[in-house]
Design a protein around this ligand. Structure first.
Ligand SMILES: Nc1ncnc2c1ncn2[C@@H]1O[C@H](COP(=O)(O)OP(=O)(O)O)[C@@H](O)[C@H]1O
Ligand SMILES: N[C@@H](CCC(=O)OP(=O)(O)O)C(=O)O
Length: 286
C-alpha cells in the first residue's frame, strides 16, 4: 500500500494526479514463448489500479501485447512476422487481451471499455473530438478505458507502431496529469542497461536535450516496439502538454504503488502546468 501522507515527492505526484494514463509494455503482460498472458501479474496490476480508482482518480490503460499473444499461431520459422502476419496475430491476440482485462476488472468491481485507435483518430479534428467524448463518457460511468492501436488495420505508412507515443497522444487529448510507462527497465539509463553494464539510471529529466536523446536506443527484447527512443518521443509530447511522465519497471508487484513509494524510476517533469503542487484530494467518483 502507499503511504498517503508520505512527504515523498513521488507520492504527491501520484496522489495529486486527477487523471492517470498507465501504459503496459508487451513483455510485461504477454509471454512470447508460450503465447500466454501473465495472469497473476495482471491481477496484481489491476488491484493496484483499483487503489487509485477508489480514491476517485481516473485511470486510462493503454496495453500492448496483442501481437505477442497472437504470434504463437505462426511458426517460429517466420522469425519476425511480416506485416500481414503481424496484423493477423494482433487480431487473434487482441481478443484474449481484452477478455483478461475485462475479467480482472470485473473481479475488482469495475467495468471496462475497449477502444482501438488509429493515427487518424488524432489527426482528424472530428474523429479527435469523438474520441475525446467517448473516453470521457467511459470515465463518467466508471468504466476503465483499455486502449491499444488497431494493429489489424493499421497501415505501415500511418500506424503509430508503438504504444508509447500513442499513450502520450491520449494524455495530451484528455489533459491527463500523469503518464506512466511500465516497462522492463527501471527507467531511462545513460545507455541501454541490457547492453552495457556501466549504464546508470537517470532519476529526473526536466528538458529533453540532445544528451538525453543520445542515451536512448531501440528495444533489446525484440518484442517491444519502441525501445527508449519512442519513450523519449512520448515524453516530449506529454511534457509539451504539461503532463508529467514516469518510466518504471512494471514487473514489480503493485508497480504503481512502488512508484508512489519512491521506487526506482525516471520522472519527466514539465516546466509548466504540472500538478506537483496540487493538494492531494479525495475526489468524488466520476
Ligand atoms: N537508455 C536506455 N535506458 C533504458 N532502456 C533502454 C535504453 N536504450 C534502449 N533501451 C531498451 O529499451 C527497452 C524498453 O523498451 P521496449 O523493449 O520497447 O519495452 P516496452 O515493451 O516496455 O515498450 C529496454 O528493455 C532496453 O533494452
Ligand atoms: N499494438 C501493439 C503494441 C506495440 C508496442 O508498442 O509494444 P511495446 O513496445 O511492447 O509497448 C501490440 O498490442 O502488440
Amino acid at each position: 500500500m502507499f503511504i498517503p501522507n508520505s512527504s515523498k515527492k513521488e507520492c504527491r505526484l501520484m496522489l495529486s494526479a486527477r487523471r492517470l494514463i498507465v501504459k503496459i509494455g508487451s513483455t510485461l503482460i504477454a509471454d512470447a514463448e508460450t503465447g500466454e498472458i501473465h495472469g497473476p501479474w495482471l491481477e496484481r496490476l489491476i488491484e493496484d489500479v483499483v487503489r487509485f480508482l477508489k480514491r476517485g482518480q481516473e485511470v486510462i490503460i493503454i496495453t500492448s501485447g496483442a501481437v505477442t499473444l497472437g504470434s504463437c499461431h505462426f511458426t517460429r520459422s517466420d522469425g519476425l512476422l511480416g506485416i500481414g502476419k503481424k496484423q493477423a496475430a494482433a487480431a487473434i491476440g487482441q481478443v484474449r487481451l481484452m477478455l483478461a482485462f475485462e475479467q480482472s476488472l470485473k473481479r475488482n468491481g469495475f467495468g471496462m471499455g475497449q477502444v482501438l485507435l488509429a493515427r487518424e483518430d488524432f489527426d482528424d479534428q472530428h474523429r479527435r473530438g469523438n474520441l475525446r467524448s467517448t473516453l470521457q463518457q467511459l470515465l463518467k460511468v466508471g468504466a476503465v478505458p483499455v486502449l491499444n492501436e488497431n494493429d489489424t488495420t493499421a497501415a505501415v505508412e500511418t500506424c503509430f507502431g508503438d504504444n508509447d507515443r500513442l499513450a502520450a497522444q491520449v494524455a495530451q487529448l484528455l489533459g491527463a496529469d500523469l503518464l506512466i510507462l511500465l516497462s522492463d527497465v527501471d527507467g531511462l539509463f545513460t545507455e541501454d542497461p541490457h547492453r552495457s553494464s556501466s549504464a546508470r539510471l537517470v532519476r529526473e529529466v526536466r528538458r529533453i536535450t540532445p544528451e538525453i536523446e543520445g542515451m536512448a536506443a531501440d528495444s533489446a527484447s525484440g518484442r517491444g516496439s519502441g525501445g527508449m527512443v519512442t519513450k523519449l518521443m512520448a515524453a516530449r509530447i506529454a511534457m509539451d502538454a504539461g503532463c508529467i511522465m514516469v518510466i518504471a519497471k512494471g514487473k514489480e508487484p503493485c508497480p504503481l504503488t512502488a512508484i508512489a513509494n519512491g521506487g526506482t524510476s525516471t520522472w519527466f517533469l514539465p516546466q509548466v502546468g504540472s500538478p506537483a503542487d496540487r493538494p492531494i484530494g479525495q475526489w468524488k467518483r466520476p
